[in-house]
Design a protein around this ligand. Structure first.
Ligand SMILES: Nc1ncnc2c1ncn2[C@@H]1O[C@H](COP(=O)(O)OP(=O)(O)OP(=O)(O)O)[C@@H](O)[C@H]1O
Ligand SMILES: [Mg+2]
Length: 412
């Protein structure tokens, strides 16, 4: 594996996708992320973001990796893989260290991070991220970068993200069986946020809402900091199941109806319009006409509940002010007609669709859809880690992570 290659792998409920990119450019601190290849396959071996069928998922991972490698004309051996689900927990933790009243160094930061992240985890949980939020130097709060300041006492608040060990080791297992290795597991909504949000939005406040198939993942940012992560156990599959019940049709047909003719609100469709759902798949002689308003009605009911739950999560945070940049929607569900308008109504805030755009070149066009936000964010995360550790992936792989590298590892 060439040392400037990075790979992201998103194992989702309905699709698995992989992206291979090359880090390019003259300035190694701000490399260009050149997308070389991507692969995608449908999956069903995952239930609510937990690998439920190892064999099927392994096959899917192998297929998408091979497809991406073929397209890229390179091979890779390690991937940054996404993880999500309601087994993910977060909490804040505070670290305090004494200083020699000299300039704060990288070593001091390493010490304070180590103290802050040194929480006892039960054996069935593991640490995903420890994200420094803010520093306090001699009781002066709100410091983002204390390097070079002087003082006698340094405090750091970190946002700890942990997950259950079993889903994490299942992801490692399928990746390993497919012939690769997980370099790091990355929380999916965090990855997606890297691909679609900009710094200004995170500063004025924004919620990333990823409408996947198995769940809806939420990440809230305010004043440049991550404030909240949540998973709502309803997603696109729930919407389809509602149509199955409401319109008495098979799942595959309901899914098609949702994706082709669905709308987020009855207000957005002509109440006289009917759509032809064409029976049970290709070749079927059966035709079936359904009022589009009825499809929209079923979807609207559930979306209202899902967005209502998202809103409750945001309201419960007690932030200093409203989310200035509102809500950014990603995931396959973001393709639903009228979802932006519907979201604006529910959230009383600006809403936009998040399409991966943050600094990708090469074949970036192939990722320009909201459902690829997570995988695009995984390569962005990988690129940031590459820069932070100041070394190629080969150095990391051999375990020669420098002192600097090991504390920077905590940033994302
Ligand atoms: N145009 C569309 N309108 C409405 N829903 C859509 C549309 N296109 C795709 N979807 C839905 O999006 C969902 C798939 O989204 P996505 O690919 O983000 O999920 P996933 O990553 O596989 O799932 P998860 O992240 O929950 O594990 C499916 O439920 C699919 O029906
Ligand atoms: Mg997903």
């Amino acid at each position: 594996m060439r040392s400037n290659l990075i790979a992201g792998l998103d194992i989702g409920t309905t699709k698995t996708c992989a992206v291979i990119a090359e880090l390019d450019g003259d300035d190694w601190r701000h490399p260009q992320i050149k997308i070389l290849g991507a692969g995608q396959a449908r999956t069903s071996g995952i239930r609510r973001e937990i690998v439920s069928d190892l064999e099927e998922t392994t096959q899917a991972v192998r297929n998408v990796m091979k497809e991406a490698e073929l397209m890229a004309g390179v091979t890779v051996d390690r991937v940054y893989a996404g993880i999500a689900g309601d087994h993910v927990c977060t909490r804040s933790s505070l670290g305090v260290v004494a200083l020699q009243d000299e300039e704060i160094t990288v070593d001091d930061l390493a010490r304070v991070h180590e103290v802050a992240r040194a929480v006892a985890l039960p054996p069935d949980r593991e640490m995903l991220h420890a994200i420094p939020q803010e520093y306090v130097v001699d009781h002066q709060p709100g410091i983002k970068d204390p390097l070079g300041m002087t003082g006698t006492r340094l405090e750091c608040e970190v946002y700890l993200v942990t997950c259950a060990s079993q889903p994490a080791s299942n992801i490692r297992k399928v990746v390993q069986r497919a012939g690769y290795r997980v370099q790091e597991l990355v929380l999916e909504p965090l990855a997606a946020s890297l691909a679609v949000l900009n710094e200004d939005e995170k500063e004025v406040g924004v919620a990333l809402v990823d409408l996947g198939a198995g769940s809806t993942d939420v990440g809230v940012f305010y004043e440049g900091r991550i404030r909240h992560i949540a998973t709502i156990r309803w997603g696109g599959t729930t919407l389809t199941t509602d149509l199955v019940r409401g319109l008495s049709m098979p799942f595959a047909e309901a899914q098609r109806a949702k994706e082709r003719f669905g709308a987020a609100s009855t207000k957005l469709v002509n109440h006289r319009e009917t759509v032809d759902l064409g029976g049970n798949g290709p070749g079927s002689q059966q035709r079936r006409a359904v009022a589009r308003e009825l499809i929209a009605h079923v979807l609207e009911e559930r979306l209202d509940e899902i967005f209502g739950l998202v809103r409750r999560e945001i309201d419960a945070l007690d932030l200093p002010g409203p989310l200035g940049a509102g809500v950014v929607l990603t995931g396959g569900g973001a393709g639903l007609e009228g979802l932006v308008e519907f979201g604006q109504h529910v959230f009383s805030a600006p809403v936009r669709i998040g399409v991966p755009m943050n600094g990708l070149t090469g074949l970036a066009d192939s990722l320009a859809r909201p459902k690829f936000a997570t995988v695009a964010g995984l390569v962005t995360y990988a690129a940031e880690r590459f820069v932070e550790t100041g070394a190629g992936t080969s150095t990391l792989a051999s375990g020669l992570v420098s002192r600097v590298g090991s504390w920077l590892k905590e940033f994302f």
